[in-house]
Design a protein around this ligand. Structure first.
Ligand code: HBI
Ligand code: FE
Length: 279
């Protein structure tokens, strides 16, 4: 079935990926032979620049797990990563042509399948690419899938997001539940900070894959940094809008992945009802 292309947030631009080759669940096999020498060189340069910036800015846990990607001189093969990832936390990465609709995205996460865009940015986009490419997804998201608590949280997010989608379509008191929950994803999995040995460190994929935001989010005096510890913090996070094309004005700081898993374990229905009333 030729799937409908979807681009998150930017409806006026054709999507980069070739959605015609994706299957019903939006996944497509990684065609490793199709990468050019220029593609591999872009990966090598992105990996070298970003990994040199990590010490003192990224969480030690991320730095320790990064070598699980295997290749730094060329684009990793998904099958080789999966040979290590599946036994570690039961996850596997699957190729996708780019951003996919919410319910297929949540369904993959709920089944411990992490969607990884299979194309890489052009050399001209070295410093910034509008849609997440393979470097953002592999370098930013995949190393922490080797951490048990983080891996459990991401699956719980997928299951919770499918529930939020059911709730917002069946219960008017839970209006915009998916949007509210997506903000939690944004402020943790994409742009989250963690307190580690009393220091602020980054674990969000959007920060870890960005040369500028890694420094800004951890060192700059500008942004607000709020604790994400208690239910009130969770509601504040889910009530906070975000920007997709500039540094965040605020960040949320967790104490550990286990603490995030515990904080988000209870039923979110009351949170959705409270947020729908407040808006
Ligand atoms: N699709 N491939 C891909 N990767 C994402 O990170 C992604 C997506 N679709 C939707 C989405 N993220 C977020 O908007 C969800 O929180 C809804
Ligand atoms: Fe991402």
């Amino acid at each position: 079935m030729a799937v409908q292309p979807v681009v998150y947030g930017q409806s006026d631009r054709p999507p980069r990926g070739d959605y015609a080759r994706a299957s019903d669940d939006y996944t497509c096999a990684q065609n490793w032979a199709s990468y050019s020498a220029e593609d591999h060189d872009t990966w090598r340069r992105l990996y070298a620049r970003q990994s040199a910036l990590l010490p003192g800015l990224a969480t030690e846990r991320f730095i320790a797990l990064l070598p699980n990607l295997g290749a730094s001189e060329s684009i990793p093969r998904f099958a080789e990563i999966n040979a290590r990832l599946k036994p570690a936390t039961g996850w596997e990465i699957v190729g996708v042509p780019g951003l996919i609709p919410e319910v297929p995205f949540f369904t993959l996460l709920a089944n411990r399948k992490f969607p990884v865009t299979d194309w890489i940015r052009s050399p001209q986009e070295f410093d910034y690419v509008v849609e997440p490419d393979i470097f953002h997804d592999l370098f930013g998201h995949v190393p922490l899938l080797f951490d048990a608590a983080y891996a459990d949280h991401i699956q719980a997010y997928g299951e919770g997001a499918l529930k939020a989608h059911r709730l917002e379509t069946s219960d008017p008191r839970c209006a915009r539940a998916v949007e509210h929950l997506s903000r939690l994803y944004w402020y943790t999995i994409e742009f989250g900070l963690m307190r580690e040995a009393g220091q602020i460190r980054a674990y969000g994929a959007g920060i870890l894959s960005s040369p500028g935001e890694l420094q800004h989010s951890v060192r700059s005096a500008e942004p607000q940094r709020m604790d994400l510890r208690f239910e009130a913090d969770l509601l504040a996070c889910m009530a906070s809008t975000y920007k997709i094309d500039s540094y965040q004005a605020q960040y949320f700081v967790i104490d550990s992945f286990q603490a995030l898993l515990d904080l988000t374990a209870p039923d979110f229905t009351p949170h959705y009802q409270q947020l729908a009333q407040a808006a």
